[in-house]
Structure formats: structure tokens, C-alpha cells
Design a protein around this ligand. Structure first.
Ligand code: TYD
Length: 213
């Protein structure tokens, strides 16, 4: 079987997690081997970098360099090997999050992010310029004010969750720009619906693309 790489995106509070777990069950029920992972993170080194990025104050460039360093390790040790074995890789956030959070949210230069993306996502052994990207990106699109209501009082916020609503509006806009650049890759889901309706849309998006029976 061919490997399948699916990333999940959205602002904090958009509700990705339960759907990622449910999708893992669905793929396994269809006989697929599934790796569920996340960014920043997914390897011991990348999880250390995650703790720094989520908790320590730093400028946007440092943040971008650390999330891409984590991504390089994650691709090399987890994502590429799993795809080579024909697994389904379900990744909670990937590079679109960097364009949305560091680019949109923090205002970091998108051209420089594109350079880092090319460097880091080039498949080892392949020519520079052939970039690894998700086969599908499921974007849980939710207005920033609804996300803020959902997040309020749930837990101690990390550095990003503590940002004001305007930050998440910029993050959302960052996701929208990424979708407009790669419309075929994106499945945009209206995450303001009930959980059941969102789940139905996630399933049908993957079925339409022929990734799920
Ligand atoms: P998140 O995926 O929401 O995990 P949890 O549900 O455990 O909080 O947290 C990851 C945070 O990291 C999120 O606020 C977005 C941020 N992030 C970036 O700023 N840049 C990136 O490239 C990635 C992958 C995540």
C-alpha cells in the first residue's frame, strides 16, 4: 500500500484532536497501519524543542528556526520511514502552522519561511526542490471569537493560547493564504458546526479524494 500523509491544522481551540484519534481508528479498521504524531514534536529531540517553543520567550525568527529544526528531525526519523513502509501518517500540525503562526500571527517573513520549507522538506536522496508535503491538509476553520470561548477556562494556556483574539485572526488569515496557494491539498472544514457534523465533513473530504473507503 502507498503511504498517506495527512496533516491537521487550525487555530487553538478549533478541536482537531478528537477527530485525529477517531480517524486513526477508522484507518486501522480498514487494515491500515497508522502513525499518529504531532508538531512541533514527534521525536525525543523535537519534543524538547516543542517545550521551548511553547514556553520560552523568543523572537519570531528563533521560533521559526526551532520549529523547522524539530520538523527536520521528525521527518527523518518518523514521517519518511512510516511513509516508506506504506503507513498512514496523521500529523497534528505541520508547516502550514509555521506560515500561519510565525508568518501570519507573529509577522515573520514568508519568503524566508519558504526557503526553510524547501531546505527541510526535501526528501533525502532526492534533488533539492522536490518537497515533502502532506497529501491532504484538513483545516479546521473556526472564527477566532468562537475559539476563544471554547478555550476559556479549559486549562493553563501556553504561550500561543494566551495570545489575544487579533493574533488568532492573523493566524486564520495565514491559513487562508496557504490554502489559496495550494487549493488541491486543502480540505477546509467548517469547525463551528457540531462535533458530529464536523466528523461527517472530515470523513467525506477524505472519501471524495479516494483516501478512505
Ligand atoms: P497544539 O497543536 O494546539 O497542541 P495542544 O493541543 O497540545 O495545545 O499546540 C501547538 C502550538 O504550537 C500551537 O499553539 C501552534 C504552535 N505552532 C507554531 O507556532 N508553529 C508551528 O510550526 C507549529 C507546528 C505549531
Amino acid at each position: 500500500m502507498q503511504g498517506l500523509f495527512i496533516s491537521f491544522e487550525g487555530i487553538d481551540g478549533a478541536g482537531k484532536s478528537t477527530h485525529i484519534d477517531a480517524l486513526a481508528q477508522t484507518f486501522r479498521a480498514q487494515g491500515r497501519v497508522v502513525t499518529v504524531t504531532r508538531e512541533p514534536g514527534g521525536t525525543p529531540l523535537a519534543e524538547k524543542l516543542r517545550a521551548m517553543v511553547l514556553n520560552d520567550p523568543m523572537d519570531a525568527m528563533t521560533e521559526a528556526l526551532l520549529v523547522f529544526a524539530a520538523r527536520r528531525d521528525h521527518l527523518r526519523l518518523v514521517i519518511e520511514p512510516a511513509l516508506a513502509q506504506g503507513q498512514v501518517v496523521l500529523c497534528d500540525r505541520f508547516t502550514d502552522a509555521t506560515f500561519a503562526y510565525q508568518g501570519g500571527g507573529r509577522g515573520f517573513d514568508l519568503g524566508l519561511l519558504s526557503v526553510l520549507e524547501k531546505m527541510v522538506q526535501t526528501t533525502p536522496g532526492k534533488k533539492l526542490g522536490i518537497m515533502r508535503q502532506p497529501d491532504v491538509t484538513v483545516w479546521f476553520d473556526l472564527p477566532a471569537e468562537i475559539a476563544a470561548q471554547r478555550l476559556s477556562g479549559t486549562r493553563v494556556p501556553d504561550k500561543f493560547e494566551a495570545q489575544p483574539q487579533a493574533f488568532f485572526q492573523r493566524v486564520s488569515n495565514g491559513y487562508l493564504q496557504r490554502m489559496l496557494e495550494s487549493p488541491a491539498r486543502f480540505a477546509r472544514i467548517d469547525a463551528a458546526q457540531t462535533r458530529e457534523a464536523v466528523w461527517g465533513d472530515v470523513l467525506s473530504a477524505l472519501q471524495h479524494r479516494g483516501w478512505l473507503a
